[in-house]
Design a protein around this ligand. Structure first.
Ligand code: NAD
Length: 271
């Protein structure tokens, strides 16, 4: 079978370059195109050279449609607005769309769902095996522990990250909420400042740290009377998100349209 032809959108970004390297290192896929936003500094450069894997004969372009016409799938770690636009294109062209972009609003999520009627979309706030396994463990712990164990999600990322809490922190918060049979939107406490009063029963709290070059640290703390359980994941290298995204694209290739998660890709879905 021919290699799956993949386009990296946001090709010059931190994740974009890492994705180009991951494609170059993976059998069964090839980089067929690289797209950046209009006005980006790296337009016209060779994507492989920019990513440090040598010339791949793929020029970074700001004209997505001709690039998508020759592709089987898109790997997209950009911005919510860009990912929504690309999901629309993926639906029109019936492409696989792997979305790692975080910070989407409820309205954005609805637009992704609508696109998934025609595109095969895999979307996850974290593409690593470790974090998706962590989410399964968090859901189990939240289900098993009594309600007087307070749940707090603590995360730290590099100083350039623009959204908070991280997509991964929200994914873990949702896992805890699912385990407790509640909706995260009603339980989450994202900010504490000033005279907050005591902690509401059943709250799922978030705390955000930013600084330096941290790739992604997440802990979920279950704080009960007299004991505390902490489950932690530390991402040491962005390449684990990129190889997860490539794996997701290969998994989705030939699958029927729909909105899938990394748990589906990794076979971690609980019934
Ligand atoms: P970055 O700012 O380094 O890269 C984003 C790139 O997207 C930039 O090069 C930007 O020019 C480009 N871009 C913006 N609009 C575009 C458009 N319309 N078309 C094409 N390109 C466009 O950011 P980053 O650190 O690479 O992170 C990108 C996203 O991925 C963030 O939302 C981040 O939270 C998320 N992320 C997710 C995971 C995961 O596993 N799901 C892991 C790491 C990062």
């Amino acid at each position: 079978m021919a290699d799956m032809a993949l386009v990296v959108v946001g090709a010059a970004g931190r994740m974009g370059r890492t994705l180009i390297r991951a494609i170059a290192e993976t059998d069964g896929v090839r980089l067929s195109g690289a797209v950046e936003r209009e006005g980006a500094a790296d337009l016209g450069k060779d994507a492989g050279e920019l990513a440090g894997v040598g010339n791949l004969g793929v020029t970074i372009s700001d004209d997505p449609l001709p690039v998508f016409a020759k592709a089987d799938g898109l790997l997209d770690f950009t911005t919510p607005a860009a990912s929504i636009t690309y999901a629309g294109y993926a639906a029109q062209a019936r492409l696989v769309h792997v979305i790692g972009t975080t910070g989407m609003s409820a309205e954005d999520e609805e637009a992704v769902k609508a696109a998934a009627r025609h595109a095969t979309i895999v979307k996850s706030g974290n593409m690593s095996l470790g974090v998706n396994l962590l989410a399964v463990l968090v859901e189990q712990a939240a289900r098993a522990l009594p309600a007087d164990f307070d749940v707090e999600v603590l995360e730290m990322h590099h100083r350039h990250k623009v959204d908070a809490p991280s997509g991964t922190a929200l994914l873990l918060g949702k896992a805890a909420a699912d385990g407790r049979g509640v909706g995260l939107e009603n339980a989450s406490v994202r900010v504490r400042d000033g005279h907050t009063g005591p902690r509401p029963d059943g709250a799922i709290g978030f705390a955000t740290l930013r600084g330096g070059s941290v790739v992604g640290d997440h802990s979920v703390i279950f704080a009960g009377p007299g004991e505390r359980l902490t489950i932690t994941h530390n991402a040491e290298d962005r390449s684990l998100f990129a190889s997860g995204a490539v794996r997701a694209a290969l998994w989705a290739h030939g699958r029927k349209p729909g909105l899938y998660s990394m748990r589906d890709v990794l076979g971690l879905t609980q019934n």
